[in-house]
Design a protein around this ligand. Structure first.
Ligand SMILES: O=C(O)CCC(=O)C(=O)O
Ligand SMILES: [Fe+2]
Length: 334
């Protein structure tokens, strides 16, 4: 081989080698670039609040941005109120031969969840009942002028009121509730309110405690609210309590009870709550607003004026004995 040929082969080889390195480097940079793009895309989708998708729902301006963020539970951002005694988190009490599951969500004001409070059969029975009645647009109390109910974009929901003894099903349901929660005298509650929220339906944060009403003097204010969920939305539709940092993201049959009053019978700031917008599916709930007159015998006055209403009557204090819960032999539920 000639000297020049040898040189040529060497050069070619060098070129080929350099080419390979260049190509490999390019391919690697491209892979790294692609990975970075994909990671960023994933992160942006992951952190996207589902409520961004329905931005612009009617009445959104009644919501603070931070409250709305708490509505997004897609990534399990459920947040809890004051740290209750862990023993109070999940347990079962027995009342009138009924077993009731309890989960304390907040202490002051008392806010208690009753998981699977209605059986599936009762949920379906009541849903059938609601199909027989017409659900109209639900109104809210006007904030000024005479005492009247008006349309407001702060609440987009349909519903109706049914008296406790409207039918066999409502009568059964009323007794079912009273037989399981004896801290409240439900006979002093307003009629059942059926609530239905379609996509875009919501009820911006508000207090149930009334500013004025024709019957405040005779019946007292809304001492407590009971709500049971008959149908839960596919996305959205939780209930948030912005001032105490609690989100109630229900499954059908779950119930919740909270107090709207302080011991001076003024409104409890912690009771502020709102029904998050429904993004997908339909949410149906049933509420009872329990008035304060007639609750006195079940809620002894606190010894000190500044003490809050105690949680105990709602959660069956006899279960909180020293050797609870083994003594009663009932397991915690998960
Ligand atoms: O639907 C909800 O989650 C809350 C309903 C409510 O606040 C009410 O009816 O007063
Ligand atoms: Fe409310």
């Amino acid at each position: 081989m000639k000297n020049s040929d040898e040189k040529c082969i060497k050069n070619n080889f060098k070129n080929l080698f350099l080419n390979d390195i260049f190509q490999a480097g390019f391919a690697m940079s491209f892979c790294i670039f692609l990975t970075i793009v994909l990671i960023n895309l994933y992160e942006s989708v992951k952190s996207k609040n589902v409520f961004d998708e329905i931005q612009g729902f009617t009445g959104q301006n009644f919501w603070g941005k931070s409250s709305l963020e708490h509505c997004d539970t897609k990534f399990d951002k459920l947040f809890m109120g004051q740290n209750a005694d862990p023993k109070l988190k999940c347990y079962i009490y027995q009342l009138n031969l009924n077993f009731v599951k309890v989960e304390v969500l907040n202490i002051d004001p008392p806010l208690v969840k009753f998981p699977q409070f209605f059986s599936k059969t009762l949920v379906n029975k009541f849903l059938n009942e609601t199909e027989k009645v017409k659900l109209g647009e639900l109104l809210v109390k006007s904030s000024d002028g005479p005492d009247r109910n008006v349309h407001q974009q702060s609440r987009i929901a349909n519903g109706t009121f049914l008296s406790h003894y409207f039918s066999d099903v409502t009568t059964f349901t009323f007794n079912y509730i009273q037989n399981r929660i004896n801290a409240l005298n439900f006979a002093k509650a307003e009629d059942f309110q059926v609530l239905s929220y379609k996509p875009g339906g919501h009820y911006a944060p508000h207090f149930d405690h009334l500013v004025r009403n024709y019957d405040l003097f005779s019946k007292g204010n809304r001492f407590a609210t009971f709500m049971v969920i008959l149908k839960s939305a596919d996305i959205g539709g939780g209930t948030i309590y912005p001032n105490i940092g609690v989100t109630f993201q229900p499954k059908p049959g779950d119930a919740v009870v909270w107090l709207n009053m302080n011991t001076d019978y003024g409104r409890s700031e912690g009771s502020l709550h709102g029904a998050c917008p429904v993004v997908k599916g339909v949410k149906v709930g049933l509420t009872l607003w329990v008035r304060s007159h007639g609750q006195e015998l079940r809620w002894n006055c606190p010894l000190k004026k500044e003490d809050p209403f105690p949680l105990k009557p709602l959660i069956q204090p006899k279960w909180l004995k020293k050797d609870w819960p083994l003594r009663y032999g009932f397991p915690l539920f998960g």
